[in-house]
Each structure stands twice: as structure tokens, then as C-alpha cells.
Design a protein around this ligand. Structure first.
Ligand code: ADP
Ligand code: MG
Length: 334
């Protein structure tokens, strides 16, 4: 059995050869103090964030694009593989996609975690490459393609040509920072304290990076939280305009990284990007108005991949389907 794993900071997806995507769960593990193993993983564990009693901790092992908790990461991979591919898994080979900012130590830890989850052979691939393959970009051609993958903890910007990453930037700004910007705004402007789950709900419901259209502009979101002073429950109605302003800084950070990557790019390749456009992947690509704003800021057409949340897993899957070719390409895998 060959498996592809998109080990994302927010979501983990598993692809099984011949079957497609077989699992899609938040990258969260709930651990109970003094016990071994995970109490819950995935969406069940995400439900507990901000609601756990003292003895239970909900951990996001890959928060901020680095592995903050090796043990939890290993538990998570093992539990997901067991769930998605039950029974015996003889001679399992895995292609694991990791954020490009991970250190060599973290890479080794991921390989080890995959081996303990039953992999006989492990190949790591870089996230922007998997994203580009999954989004259907012609990565093997002598033509520059730009992909911008905006995940939970990081945004990765890369120009790819002839099967390799020519230039790239990985910044620790992604959906989590967008959520934090919402939390800060609600605290400052309305003296209201909200949890990270609520902030994400607000962002997904009424967040945007630029004008979207009249129906959207009129939307509001009623949020319940705790008053900063006094501590009592309080309700506030939020508008699209104020959340857009709150998101401005992290959105601008992503756009600056795109500009910087274009400036570093050899002229032939940036010419290709100008002609063929930029492709957005990752959950952050779904933020309304972002593609248009990026296009305006760079003067280059920007399109959102067909299934932006699945691009990396699908790219991983293509490599799984062609594991032997990948091995020939990068014998450095483990
Ligand atoms: P990762 O690869 O790091 O696991 P994903 O590509 O799965 O991340 O994207 C997860 C991020 O996308 C989360 O921060 C989530 O809030 C955000 N997201 C998902 N849907 C939307 C949406 N419709 N609008 C804005 N952000 C979204
Ligand atoms: Mg991702």
C-alpha cells in the first residue's frame, strides 16, 4: 500500500494509491496528562480546543509551520494512518509533504514518525512542489510557474521550473495570523474576548481582502464572548468592513512576499509568470477578494486552484502513483 500525506499545520490529508483522498482531518491531538497515546485526534480533538479541563491538552503539533511537539506529531500520523488504512499494511511506502521551512532535524523526525506508523520507505517532498503538481501546473516544463500556498501556519511562495524550485519564500503568516488579527480587533474595538475557534468562524463567514460585491458587503456576524472588563458574557455585531481592515496587515504581508519573490526571479521566468499567471492554493486562497487584490498589486493574473484545500494532497497523490519515478528523481529520500 502506498500512501501520500499532506502534513499541514491546520489540516492533514491522506491519499491512498488507487483510492484518492481517504482522510481529511484537522491536525490536532488531544492528550490526557499521565496517560500514554492520544485521547482523540482530528476533528474530535479540535472540538476540545479552548474547552479542555486542566488535565487534557489539545495540541497542534505543527503550529507555525514547525513541529512544536514531536511526540504528538507521531501519535497523530500513526492514528490517521490506522484510521484511513485499517488492517495490515505490508510494505507501505509513504510520500510525506512538509512545510518547506522545517529543519533537517524535523525532517528526520517526520521520517521516523512515518516509519513508526508502518512505513517501510519514506519520501519527503516540499509543499510548494506538491501544491503546484496538485493544482495542475506544468512543473516539469522549462516554463516558470508561480504557486502561492496559504495554509494555517505559513504561506509559501515559489517559482518552479523544470521540476525544481527556482526561488521561494516561506513566511509564518497564514490563516492563524488572520484569526489572531480578528481576535485583536474584537478585543480592541469592542472590549470583547473571543477564542481562536470563534475568530476562525468570523473570518470564514465575513472575512475578505478586498471588495467582493454588494450582497457580501452587507453581511454581519453576531459574536458572543466575554467582556474584557467585568468578565460577563456580551454580544456584538461585526461588519464586513471592520474585519477587512483588521485583516489588512497579514494580507499585505503575503502580497509583499509575492512581490519579493517576483523581484528575485530570473527575468525569463517572471515573464512566464506574467503570461500564465499566479495560482493560489491552501485554505487561505478562499479568502474572498484576495486573488483580485493580489492581481491588482502585482499586475499579474491570479487564479484560485480548483480545490485549493486538496491541492497539496493531490500533488502528493500524483507522486504516490508514481513513487518509483520520484525515487529516481530524488534518491536523497530515506
Ligand atoms: P495547512 O496546509 O497549513 O494545514 P490549509 O491549506 O488546510 O492549511 O488551510 C487552513 C487554513 O485555511 C485555516 O487557517 C482556515 O481558517 C483557512 N480557511 C479555510 N477556509 C477558508 C475560507 N473560506 N476563507 C478564509 N480562510 C479559510
Ligand atoms: Mg498545506
Amino acid at each position: 500500500m502506498d500512501i501520500g500525506i499532506d502534513l499541514g499545520t491546520a489540516n492533514t490529508l491522506l491519499y491512498a494509491r488507487g483510492q484518492g483522498i481517504v482522510l481529511n482531518e484537522p491536525s490536532v491531538v488531544a492528550i490526557k496528562e499521565g496517560t500514554r497515546g492520544a485521547l482523540a485526534v482530528g476533528s474530535e480533538a479540535k472540538e476540545t480546543i479552548g474547552r479542555t479541563p486542566g488535565s487534557i491538552t489539545a495540541i497542534r503539533p505543527l503550529k507555525d509551520g514547525v513541529i512544536s511537539d514531536f511526540e504528538a506529531a507521531e501519535e497523530m500520523i500513526r492514528a490517521f494512518v490506522r484510521r484511513a488504512v485499517p488492517g495490515r499494511r505490508p510494505r507501505t511506502r509513504m510520500v510525506v509533504c512538509v512545510p518547506s521551512g522545517v529543519t533537517p532535524v524535523e525532517r528526520r523526525a517526520i521520517v521516523q514518525a512515518a516509519q513508526r506508523a508502518g512505513a517501510r520507505q519514506v519520501q519527503l517532498i516540499e509543499e510548494p512542489m506538491a501544491a503546484a503538481i496538485g493544482a495542475g501546473l506544468p512543473v516539469a516544463e522549462a516554463r516558470g510557474s508561480m504557486v502561492v500556498d496559504i495554509g494555517g501556519g505559513t504561506a509559501e511562495v515559489a517559482v518552479i521550473s523544470l521540476g525544481g524550485i527556482v526561488t521561494s519564500q516561506s513566511l509564518r503568516v497564514g490563516g492563524d495570523r488572520f484569526d489572531a488579527a480578528v481576535t485583536d480587533h474584537v478585543r480592541r474595538a469592542h472590549s470583547l474576548l473571543i477564542g481562536e475557534r470563534t475568530a476562525e468562524d468570523i473570518k470564514v463567514a465575513i472575512g475578505s481582502a478586498g471588495p467582493v460585491g454588494d450582497g457580501f458587503e452587507a453581511r454581519t456576524f453576531t459574536v458572543r464572548g466575554r467582556e474584557k472588563v467585568g468578565g460577563l458574557p456580551k454580544t456584538v455585531e461585526l461588519t464586513v468592513a471592520e474585519i477587512r481592515t483588521a485583516l489588512d496587515e497579514p494580507v499585505e504581508a503575503v502580497i509583499s512576499a509575492v512581490r519579493a519573490t517576483l523581484e528575485e526571479c530570473p527575468p525569463e521566468l517572471s515573464g512566464d509568470v506574467m503570461e500564465h499567471g499566479i495560482v493560489l492554493t491552501g485554505g487561505g486562497a478562499l479568502l474572498p477578494g484576495l486573488a483580485a487584490r493580489m492581481s491588482e498589486a502585482t499586475g499579474i493574473p491570479v487564479r484560485i486552484a480548483d480545490d485549493p484545500l486538496d491541492s497539496v494532497a493531490l500533488g502528493c497523490g500524483k507522486c504516490v502513483d508514481d513513487f518509483d519515478a520520484l525515487e529516481r528523481l530524488s534518491p536523497s529520500g530515506v
